[in-house]
Design a protein around this ligand. Structure first.
Ligand code: 3PY
Ligand code: MG
Length: 251
């Protein structure tokens, strides 16, 4: 068993951040900075699949790489997995049927219907046998619960075999409850609590996103496994603003 899978399967929380910029040096730097995982976001960025592969090549080998698929589409899932990422995050999964479709697209037969090709994931051919033997067990599939419909269907979604974890999207969830952006609203918090309670009961790990460390500290203490904090360009922009602010008054 490789150490990344051990880390994913252990109870220790994994701290990650979101990559949206296509510059490989940024991924290299952030993956070497101590983050346990990086989520490379194809849903809310301009990243192409070729750029995603270049980012993966720049990543520190110990860092877990999860690519967020643009949408729950088997063609995207197949192509993204061929890049050799450690796993995928599938946004806006609202039902058992949609969760099944995501898992099926990510797993080789007999567990699913992922098509068999040769790519970077398979060591360009040299690692073909070991990759196809281990991929179903080692490729993590994170399903996003981020709409009130998915909260209402959480029990059925959690019954789907092959889900590696649930990732709560508080922002989309707030939108689906007509409280857009207000993630500390009682209705949003109540929906999140329902998801957490179901995950705990089914012994399925869950993740949570916050823009700043203060927004995720309580979640770590509460048992959240997959933490995402911040976004690459937001960290850069916030630091730039802070630097300018601290010097502007002196000019
Ligand atoms: C959301 O909050 O909607 C997310 O998808 C976080 O990644
Ligand atoms: Mg979202």
């Amino acid at each position: 068993m490789n150490s990344k899978i051990e880390k994913i399967q252990s109870d220790t929380p994994l701290i990650g951040t979101i990559i949206t910029l296509s510059n490989p040096q940024i991924t290299e730097m952030l993956s070497s900075a101590g983050f346990d995982w990086l989520m490379i976001d194809m849903e809310h960025s301009t990243l192409t699949i070729g750029e995603v592969q270049s980012l993966l090549q720049a990543m520190h080998p110990d860092c877990i790489s999860i690519v967020r698929i643009p949408g729950n589409d088997p063609v995207w899932i197949k192509r993204v997995l061929e890049t050799g990422c450690d796993g995928i995050m599938v946004p806006l999964v609202n039902s058992e049927e949609e969760a099944n479709a995501a898992v099926n697209a990510a797993k080789y037969p007999p567990d699913g219907n992922r098509s068999i090709g040769v790519s970077r994931a398979h060591g360009y051919g040299a690692g073909f046998d070991s990759y196809i033997k281990n991929a179903n067990r080692e490729t993590v599939v994170l399903i996003q619960i981020e709409h009130i419909n998915s909260v209402n269907n959480i029990e059925q979604i959690l019954s789907v075999k092959g889900i590696g974890g649930i990732f709560i999207g508080p922002y989309d969830l707030s939108g689906s409850l007509n409280r857009i952006g207000d993630i500390s609203n009682e209705k949003v918090k109540e929906a999140i609590a329902r998801v957490k309670e179901s995950c705990n009961r089914h012994a399925v790990s869950y993740g949570y996103f916050g823009m700043k460390p203060e927004a995720v500290q309580a979640e770590i203490k509460d048992g959240c496994k997959f933490i995402l904090v911040g976004i690459d360009f937001v960290m850069l922009a916030a630091t730039a603003h802070r630097y300018i602010e601290s010097l502007k008054g002196l000019c």
